[in-house]
Design a binder for this molecule. Structure first.
Ligand code: MSP
Length: 690
């Protein structure tokens, strides 16, 4: 049997759980459930990180012992996961005796092997981050670069792990495992980091300063650095607690460590070198997802008072709606914006409208016309029915293929295309009209059967995301989901007795007010026209899916592959110029670092470049990239080195003008190129490119 072991970071026990924590955990839960239904044996680990100075301080402030403090606080995570229907196999706490003993065993092993040594050390110490920083790492105010709090100069003896001696081994490993870190641009980031010399890692803290940690077995005046203790949870959870898969296979190595992008270095540099020194196999993949931001781009923080509480959402709109939103609204790897309006819109359009409608329609029609018993196919299948069946089969194949690649939002989108195809089928066949004509009874039976089977399949495939609602929906169809064998076309036979029906996801009718945008601190200097060409991140992408925008007649909603692992959604005004089939699979040029913006309710993650064809008819021609260009290849202005990555606004782009000269795209005298070959556009010379 194939195995799947997924982990979340162990969360700092002091922190109040928020949607960021919920996201990683629900992602792990959904991936585990998906792997289960496609035939893997699974193990899912989460837990809490309970040592360190912050815990010691918080406990002292509350006048309780650190142990009492963590025993009380870890429940906040455990309770939230129960509420969210998270089915982890184990919850590890780093204060568990088995874990502590395992960490000490590892430390002793490294000490005996000469992988750890002691030396006098002095440097800038950050209390908040519990670590030293080099002079060159401090921020512009000489403060800690992460929390931006003051640092103090400290001199003390400490113990060091010879991390630096593993630099080449790690580079060699990365070079031969290019998919080890997902998405690939995070692999590039770590590969870039390793171009600088890698320092040894300080892994101890003097007990005099910090007592709440695991003592070093070879020097009781010291405790272990919290990351050294924390990272080992991924192995100790199975090894020290004697856990195996059901068939007895050992659980380590992990298939995926899911982490936020903030803890990429600890997981992709500290962790593999520790494992190499311990002669333990490395995990198979590290997957770094982006951040949930609020108010159009702010980080959540207690001090800003903008932390989104998962409990509020679940209590008001239900667990499954919340799970669905988190899983579908973030493209794994990229940041996503959490807004209340976005939440309401997505739940209403995907779950209340698309899924809810199709289920209710089929349910009601079977109840009213066939006494609540699903009819069997009674008429030959026409093209419309066959199209639904073809889509259903394609969706099953793609889900099976994409789940192991962790393309979660894509998997969900794919399942929703099946749901939407049934709605389209119902619109075309109008069974409510067929029901009025007794001569059409067989046709009606066939339409309802095909629709019910497609909805059954959609609900089974959505079970990992919306487990409770999937079950309720299947019960309405007189069906249930047992195992992988149900993931084929043709499980319903006719004769199933439909259950009671109520809307699975009632439409959220509240009025959503536009939140006033908070004043954001300026992080970047405004760009001058001369800066813009270097600041634009333009990438080759390929159109994978074309759909009509539900709310705007001139727009298509495109899913494009920009070589980032996950597809991006782009809303584009190409309808006057191109038919959908002309766009399918076409390569385009994406303006990738343009601030995402909502176009009639759908977030557009960038824009496409096209040259003006006919100003009056509002038609355009897409720019063409060289034939051998691949998704992800960058377009650059000839002779202009790209500047630091940053997000641009439309008004930045408007500071420059692109136009066509001799069939090629220029910004003044700068030619736009991909891999040294021109980007072209088949419009009249002098026409603008937008
Ligand atoms: N204790 C360490 C991890 C040790 S793992 C061996 C830690 N804990 S944490 O409580 O700060 O949680 C970190 C994780 O929470 C992030 O990596 C990420 O998975 C998640 N998130 C916290 N805030 C987030 C957002 N705003 N958005 C998305 N996820 C973020 O670091």
């Amino acid at each position: 049997m194939k195995n799947f072991y997924v982990t979340t970071p162990i969360y700092y026990v002091n922190d109040a759980p928020h949607i960021g924590h919920s996201y990683t955990t629900v992602l792990a839960d959904i991936l585990t459930r998906f792997h289960k239904i496609i035939g893997y044996q699974t193990f899912f680990l989460t837990g809490t990180d309970e040592h360190g100075q912050k815990v010691q301080r918080a406990a002292a402030k509350r006048e309780v012992s650190p142990q009492e403090h963590v025993d009380e606080y870890y429940h906040r995570f455990e309770d939230l996961w129960k509420k969210m229907d998270i089915e982890n196999d184990f919850f590890i706490r780093t204060t568990m005796p088995q874990h502590k003993a395992y960490v000490q065993e590892c430390l002793q092993k490294l000490w005996d092997k000469g992988e750890i040594y002691s030396k006098e050390y002095e440097g800038w110490y950050s209390v908040g981050e519990e670590r030293f920083f080099g002079e060159d790492e401090l921020d512009e105010n000489k403060c800690d670069p992460i929390s931006h709090r003051p640092v103090e100069w400290l001199k003390e003896k400490n113990y060091f792990f010879k991390m630096g001696s593993y630099q080449q081994k790690l580079i060699d490993f990365l070079e031969s495992h290019k998919d080890w870190i997902v998405p690939d641009y995070r692999w590039n980031e770590i590969r870039g980091f390793l171009r600088q010399p890698l320092n040894d890692l300080c892994i101890s803290r003097p007990k005099a300063r910090l007592s709440w940690g695991i003592p070093l077995p070879f020097d009781e005046d010291y405790v272990t650095y919290v990351w050294f203790d924390a990272l080992l949870n991924y192995v100790s959870a199975s090894t020290a607690f004697h856990k195996t898969y059901k068939d007895g296979t050992p659980i380590w190595p992990a298939t995926y460590h899911l982490i936020g992008k903030d803890i990429l270095t600890t997981h992709s540099v500290y962790w593999p070198t520790m494992l190499m020194a311990l002669d333990i196999p490395l995990p198979q993949h590290i997957l770094a997802h982006g951040w949930w931001l609020v108010n159009g781009g702010d980080k959540m923080s207690k001090s800003a008072g903008n932390v989104v509480n998962p409990m509020d959402y679940m209590e008001k709109y239900g667990v499954d709606a919340f799970r669905y939103f988190l899983a579908s609204a973030m493209v794994v790897g990229q940041d996503a914006n959490f807004t209340h309006e976005g939440f309401v819109r997505r739940i209403n359009s995907d779950l209340a409208n698309d899924l809810g409608n199709v289920l209710n329609r089929v349910h009601r029609l079977v109840l009213n016309n066939f006494e609540g018993k699903l009819p069997a196919i009674a008429a030959p299948l026409d093209d419309a029915a066959n199209e639904v069946i073809t889509i259903a089969k394609r969706v099953i194949t793609n889900v099976m293929e994409w789940v192991p690649q962790v393309k979660l939002s894509q998997v969900i989108d794919e399942i929703m295309t099946l749901v939407r195809s049934v709605n389209r089928y119902l619109e075309v066949k109008a069974p409510w009209k067929l029901a009025k004509d007794p001569a059409m009874k067989d046709e009606l039976a066939t339409v309802l059967f095909v629709s019910a089977e497609a909805v059954r399949l959609s609900l089974c495939l959505l079970w990992p995301v919306i487990p409770t609602k999937s079950k309720e929906g299947l019960a309405m169809l007189g069906s249930k989901f047992t195992d992988q064998n149900d993931l084929v076309w043709g499980i319903l036979k006719g004769g199933e007795v439909f259950g009671e029906g109520k809307p699975l996801f009632p439409r959220i009718e509240e009025e959503v007010k536009q939140q006033p945008q908070q004043q954001k601190p300026k992080q970047n200097k405004p760009l001058t026209a001369a800066d813009v060409p270097a600041a634009m991140d333009m990438r080759v992408a390929q159109i994978k899916e074309v759909a009509d925008h539900p709310d705007a007649t001139s727009l298509y909603v495109l899913k494009i592959d920009a070589g980032e692992g996950e597809l991006r959604t782009i809303c584009s005004g190409l309808k006057n110029s191109y038919k959908a089939e002309e766009l399918q699979d076409r390569k385009i040029l994406l303006f990738a670092n343009l601030k995402p913006s909502a176009l009639r309710g759908i977030m557009s993650q960038g824009m496409l470049f096209a040259g003006d064809l006919d100003a009056e008819a509002h038609t355009c021609k897409l720019v063409s990239v060289p034939e051998d260009a691949k998704p992800g290849d960058r377009a650059l202005f000839k002779g202009v080195a790209p500047s630091e990555p940053r997000e641009l606004k439309v008004k930045d782009f408007e500071k420059i003008a692109l136009s066509v000269k001799g069939g090629a795209v220029f910004c003044d005298a700068l030619a736009l190129e991909v891999n040294g070959k021109p980007v072209t556009c088949d419009v009249a010379d002098g026409n603008g490119v937008h």
